[in-house]
Design a protein around this ligand. Structure first.
Ligand SMILES: C[S@@+](CC[C@H](N)C(=O)[O-])C[C@H]1O[C@@H](n2cnc3c(N)ncnc32)[C@H](O)[C@@H]1O
Length: 243
């Protein structure tokens, strides 16, 4: 991470930690939760910044209990994000369903060039990149997360997601590809409960942004009357809320 990115990340984390303080008023409690996240970072290779995942973890804390449903994660890599999400899911007494091929990204012809922040992402999303086996993820979640709330759905999203029918309160997409994002939105958005949301951490990839803005896709593939409310269009973390 460059100096500018480090300063930005530090400032983001400071903002998010004050949000965390609303849920864990005692300093000791905040420290304990942040230490758990840092412990995972020290032990499991991941593809996220702490501030990015923390935004989703805070969404979990802030989701009213009245919004029914489980939490879904699409895109686990080695299970660092899975372990973190599982701890917060367990704290809020929600189940976590994890979808992944557990063999990395699928074959694709997507030509990604630069993120909205100007970073090159060329060649990042080739077939097989970001592979973590199911065994590896389960072991990491067992050691560092809360395995008691987690179920796994192994395979390509287009095969596993159509079989899933549970109510969802929150879903976290970290799937890199526009095609994978489309599959997730198509099958998961209809299962999101009113008041729930889908959080994408691929919101700074122009091809993914094209999907979010595609009115025909939302109407004809997802079955929405209109494009839903989308917060943070063009930003790393983009949130699609269900009214
Ligand atoms: C960037 S990695 C996830 C990183 C992880 N959330 C983390 O923070 O460390 C992307 C993941 O999406 C999965 N993936 C992407 N498209 C997929 C698809 N169509 N079907 C199944 N898995 C897919 C890959 O296997 C990979 O594990």
């Amino acid at each position: 991470m460059g100096l500018f990115s480090s300063i930005k990340e530090y400032a983001e984390l400071a903002k998010l930690q004050s949000k965390l303080a609303k849920h864990f008023p005692s300093f000791a409690e905040q420290k304990k939760w942040l230490a758990k996240l840092k412990h995972i970072d020290a032990n499991v290779k991941s593809a996220h910044n702490q501030s990015h995942i923390l935004k989703f973890l805070i969404e979990i804390l802030e989701m009213p209990d009245a919004v029914e449903g489980c939490i879904v994660e699409a895109g686990a890599f080695k299970g660092a994000s899975t372990a973190k999400i599982s701890l917060f899911a367990a704290y809020k007494k929600r189940k976590l369903h994890v979808f992944d091929s557990f063999e990395g990204l699928p074959p694709n012809t997507e030509m990604h060039e630069k993120s909205t922040e100007g970073h090159s992402i060329k060649g990042w999303f080739d077939k097989g990149n970001f592979a973590g086996s199911l065994d590896e993820v389960q072991k990491n979640v067992g050691k560092f997360g809360d395995a008691s709330v987690v179920s796994y759905h192994k395979g390509w999203f287009e095969n596993t997601m159509p079989l899933f029918k549970e109510k969802i309160a929150l879903a976290y997409l970290d799937v890199d590809l526009a095609s994978s994002t489309m599959t997730c939105l198509k099958y998961l958005f209809p299962l999101i409960e009113p008041g729930g949301a889908i959080v994408s951490q691929d919101g700074d990839f122009p091809l993914v942004i094209d999907v979010f803005k595609d009115e025909n896709f939302w109407k004809n593939e997802v079955g929405c009357k209109e494009i839903p409310v989308i917060e943070g269009m063009g930003k790393k973390i983009t949130i699609i809320r269900k009214k």
